[in-house]
Design a binder for this molecule. Sequence first.
Ligand SMILES: *Cc1c(COP(=O)(O)O)cnc(C)c1O
Length: 370
Amino acid sequence: MSPAPGQAALRIDLGAIVANWRDLCARHGAAVAGVVKADAYGLGAAPVARALHAAGCNIFFVAHLTEGLALRQALGVATDGARAGGPAIVVLNGFPPGADGDAALLPVLNSLGDVAAHAAAGRAAGVPRRALLHLDTGMARLGLDAREQAALAADRAPLAVLELRFVMTHLACADEPAHPLNATQAARFAEAAARIAPGVPRSLANSSGIFLGEGFRSALARPGCALYGINPTPGAGNPMRQVATVEAEILQVRDIEAGDTVGYGASWTAREPRRIATVAAGYADGYLRALSGRSLALLHGRPVPLVGRVSMDLTTFDVTDVPQAAPGDRLLLVGGPGNTPDDIAARCGTIGYEVLTSLGARYLRVHADA
Ligand SMILES: *Cc1c(COP(=O)(O)O)cnc(C)c1O
C-alpha cells in the first residue's frame, strides 16, 4: 500500500518488535508479556499483538477495558470458559465483574474494593474469578496501598474465591538504576507478596526493570517501550532495534531572501538567501509543536533543520544544503541516525513514549511483516 498524494506514512517494523521481544526474553530468563496499551504506544495494538503472539508471546497488557475488548476481537479466541485457548489479556485499570462479557479478560485488582467486588462475584458464581492483584510499593497511583495490604493480609478470605494469576507491582524509577527506590520497592514487594499471596507467581519489571539485574527478575516481565525501540537504559546506549519511521511529503520548495521570515509569529528570520521546503505534516500528526525551531529531519540522508514554528498540518525545513530537494520528495520526520523518537523527545523536553503515542490518525500506517 502506498500513501495518498500528500499523505504521510508511519512505517512499523513488526520484525524489529519481535526481535526486541526475543531479546528481552533472553535477558529476563523468564516469561515476558507484551504491553500493548494505548494502541501499542501508537503503533497498532492488533498487528503488534498478532506478530508477538505468533512469536510465542502469550500474555498482553492493555490499560482500558475497551482496549482489551478490541484486542480480544483482533486475536480471536477467549482465554477460558467454553472458548478456551488464545493469549491472556490483562486490563491494567481493571473493570467491574462481568464487564468483559465473554472476552475472558483478566482484571487487575487495584484496591480492596476491587478485591471485594470480584470475590463477591466469584462467590455468587461458585467459580473463582481469575485476576491479577496489584500491590502499590511506591507509585501511589494504582494498587493496594500499605494499609490495604495489611488489611488483606489479616483477612485473606476474599482470596479463596479468586484465582490470582499474578501478583504485581510497578517500579517508579526503573530507568534510573542508581535510584534507591528501586531496591526499596523490590523488597517491599517481596515481603508483601509472600504475606498476602504466597505461591502466586510475581510480576515486577517493566522494560527498564529488566535491565536492573537479578533482584528484579520475576515470573513475568511487562515491557512496553523497549519493544517499540525506546531506550530502556537512558544514559547508556540503546540496546533495542528501531521500529518506527515517519515519512512526510514536500509540498513546495521556495527561495527566500535575507530578512524574510517563516511561519506563524515570524519566529525565524533568514540571515541570507535560503531554500525552504514545506512538508505536509504538523502537530495534528503528533509532530509536537514544542519542536518549533529545535528539530531536524533527514532528506536524501542529510539532516535538514526545522525552521519557524510547527503548524497544525505543515512544517518548514531549511533544505538549502540539499540542492536536489523537490516537491514530492519524502522527508524522514521520525527515524534515521540521530532522529529516533528518543532523540526527538530530547529536543523538546519529553520522552520517546510521548513522541510515539502522539503520532496522529492521518498517517498511512504500514506494518512490515515479522
Ligand atoms: C505501561 C506499563 C508497563 C510498561 O512500561 P514500559 O516502561 O513501557 O516498559 C508495565 N507495567 C505497568 C503497570 C504499566 O502501566
